[in-house]
Design a protein around this ligand. Structure first.
Ligand code: Q46
Ligand code: ZN
Ligand code: ZN
Length: 311
């Protein structure tokens, strides 16, 4: 297989695009495509301040790398979740993130959830009679809350995450199986900001996971290979594997699934009634972030209850 641009030996072949490229041209192609998606979905411009949530994984570090190469004003945010799992996941992912920032002379904010609130994610998940139970539910809630808080407090215009096509297609698959209409309405490359909530963007949402792995490796980015120990056996992994079966038989199926959804949504052809509850938004009296739950937001309630149990 030869590179379509220069005819040298190709390093990657993307069947769904019918495109093969050598290392040099692949490392040019990825930022070019990213720039195209940023413009197409009107994610942000070069005057805006961007905060990218970095986990130490290949996607978020590559996203940071790409945005810097494209000349955007972008700083990083690492959230310390206190997840151990034998491989000391949090410690290792933080070390790799800090190294990346240092090596490239980039500004990184580090927030430790346990230091900030007196509880790590596993502690919050373990606290009894709260009903939050699963670590990923607690973790997702805490991550969304903290990313938003830091972006707001430090004056960033946009929050960027490294979700790739495999992530987005798996979420879409799950939401479709459950016909979760309010989630479907909110899914997309851009979630517009509202009062107190930053705009959220996913510039890598059209890249396959293997394309991001190839990018990280070709760029020599050192990232954490291990998955979070809580990810094992999760539903989203099962959805990803199911979609991979489909993709093997029909190259491009994942991309078509996701892009057709975006098209249907844009043209108003999704038969979803607007959820009433989305409209009753008020500011949480404790942290000021918008919420639809009565009184305090779910995050502040979770922290309060967990703290009360410790006392
Ligand atoms: S970090 Fe958190 Fe993920 Fe680990 S506990 Fe679950 S949600 S799996 S992306
Ligand atoms: Zn080439
Ligand atoms: Zn709150």
């Amino acid at each position: 297989m030869k590179c379509k641009k220069c005819g040298e030996k190709a390093s990657i072949h993307m069947r769904q695009h019918k495109l093969a490229l050598c290392k040099e041209h692949y490392l040019e192609w990825v930022p070019e495509q990213t720039e195209r998606f940023i413009k197409k979905y009107e994610m942000f411009n070069r005057e805006e301040k961007i905060l990218v949530a970095v986990s130490g994984g290949k996607d978020s570090l590559s996203l940071w790398d790409i945005l810097v190469r494209l000349g955007y004003q972008v700083d990083g945010l690492y959230l310390g979740l206190g997840i151990d799992g034998g491989i000391n996941y949090s410690h290792e992912s933080q070390r790799l993130t800090e190294e990346f920032a240092q090596r490239n002379n980039l500004k990184l904010h580090v927030v430790d959830v346990e230091k900030e609130y007196g509880q790590s994610i596993p502690m919050l998940a373990q606290s009894s009679h709260r009903g939050y139970g699963k670590p990923c539910a607690v973790c997702g809630l805490a991550k969304r809350h903290e990313m938003n808080r830091v972006a707001r407090d430090l004056g960033y215009d946009v929050l960027a995450t490294g979700h790739n096509l495999d992530d987005e297609a798996a979420v879409l698959f799950g939401n479709t199986l459950h016909w979760a209409s309010d989630y479907l309405l909110r899914q997309g490359p851009v979630l517009p900001g509202t009062d107190g909530l930053s705009r959220k963007v996913k510039p890598l949402c059209r890249f396959y996971e293997r394309e991001m792995t190839a990018y990280a490796i070709m760029r020599g980015i050192e990232y954490i290979y291990e998955e979070c120990p809580f990810a094992e056996g999760s539903q989203s992994i099962f959805y990803k594997e199911s979609l991979n079966l489909l993709e093997t038989a029909r190259p491009g199926a994942k991309l078509i699934f996701y892009l057709s959804f975006l098209e249907a949504k844009k043209s108003g052809n999704l038969f979803i009634e607007k959820n009433e509850s989305l409209r009753h938004v008020h500011a949480c009296p404790k942290c000021g972030q918008p919420t639809t739950t009565p009184d305090f937001c779910s995050f502040c309630r979770m922290i309060e209850k967990a703290a009360a149990e410790v006392e």
